[in-house]
Design a protein around this ligand. Structure first.
Ligand SMILES: NC(=O)c1ccc[n+]([C@@H]2O[C@H](COP(=O)([O-])OP(=O)(O)OC[C@H]3O[C@@H](n4cnc5c(N)ncnc54)[C@H](OP(=O)(O)O)[C@@H]3O)[C@@H](O)[C@H]2O)c1
Length: 279
């Protein structure tokens, strides 16, 4: 399969490029400076010249707090950029997979959000991602929209990904105890993105590792236990104690009523162990 991966320097893109190349795909992984997805002409040119069977869009504006004061750029990338890719895939008759977020939900539900639940974004970032979902589906009905959340993995700069390094350096960390999500290993997500791409599916899928969800505090404790780090370094904090520009859902655990055809991904605790050994 000939695959275009966008946003190639990002955490998920790196995993996707590695997993797909490992399965024998011909992968073109283009960083923002090589393909800016907001540039419609460039997107269409790359698609025409590349002859890709599949596009896996990992490019996104991911600064959740920054988006509150930068909505135009956030929407340009997360909504219009996605539309550019969807249209180019439609014109090329290529498979289009794009990643969305658990943050499209407002957090008021107890338990797991599935694909039938109604999104209610609370932040600019979440609103832009939801708009990207809608534009993808409207411009190319075969689009595969994968909502995931709490992603961690090699090359990641988010809190979940850097926790092991901080704890191994004996840095003290605070972890939110009243925000719940479903952790997802970028490598497992990457494999599932590819499986969906070849499955002939379309529409919205929730993809996370299996197991009960957890809080950031629970995730930190699991990292300590699996990595042999001192859990006295981890102090609980409430989300209300943090002054952040963007609101986040207090519960964004994802479940699926559509992904069952492909079977569950491994438990996130197993994924944490593999992350720590970089397996
Ligand atoms: N991380 C999570 O926990 C999480 C949770 C739910 C959903 N997601 C979604 O998962 C996807 C991948 O996220 P990630 O964690 O891998 O993010 P990431 O590490 O921030 O990677 C995103 C990449 O996209 C690039 N990019 C930004 N604007 C671009 C543009 N106009 N054209 C091309 N590339 C552009 C970024 O480059 P610069 O850094 O140079 O701007 C960055 O390399 C995103 O759709 C994100 O919304 C992530």
């Amino acid at each position: 399969m000939k695959i275009l991966v966008t946003g190639a320097e990002g955490m998920v893109a790196r995993a996707v490029a590695r997993v797909c190349a490992g399965l024998g795909d011909e992968v073109a992984a283009l960083a923002k400076r090589e393909l800016d997805i907001t540039d419609r002409d460039a997107v269409s040119r790359v698609m025409i010249e590349g002859g890709f069977d599949t596009v896996i869009n990992c490019a996104a504006y991911t600064d959740v707090d920054g988006a509150e004061s930068n909505p135009d750029l956030c929407f340009a990338v997360n909504a219009e950029g996605v539309e550019n890719l969807a249209k180019a895939c439609r014109d090329a008759d290529s498979v289009f997979v794009t990643i969305s977020t658990d943050y499209v939900f407002d957090g008021s539900k107890e338990g797991f959000y599935d694909e039938s639940d109604e999104p209610a974004p609370q932040s600019v970032y979440a609103a832009a991602k939801l708009e990207g979902e809608k534009l993808a589906a409207a411009s190319y009905a075969r689009s595969i929209i994968v909502r995931s959340g709490w992603i961690f993995g090699p090359g990641g700069t988010n809190f979940l990904s850097v926790m092991p390094d901080l704890l191994s350096d004996r840095k003290k960390i605070t972890a939110i105890e009243d925000s719940f999500g479903t952790p997802t290993y970028a490598v497992d997500l990457a494999g599932r993105l590819r499986e969906l791409a070849v499955s002939g599916s379309e529409g919205v899928f929730h993809v996370v590792n299996s197991g009960e969800g957890t809080s950031y505090l629970g995730f930190a404790k699991e990292i300590c236990s699996a990595g042999g780090f001192d859990d006295a370094l981890v102090a609980p904090v409430s989300s209300a104690d943090l002054e952040r520009a963007a609101p986040r859902p207090s519960n964004s655990q994802l479940g699926t009523i559509r992904g069952g055809i492909l079977g569950p991904l491994p438990d996130w605790r197993d994924a944490v162990k593999r992350y720590l050994t970089r397996d």
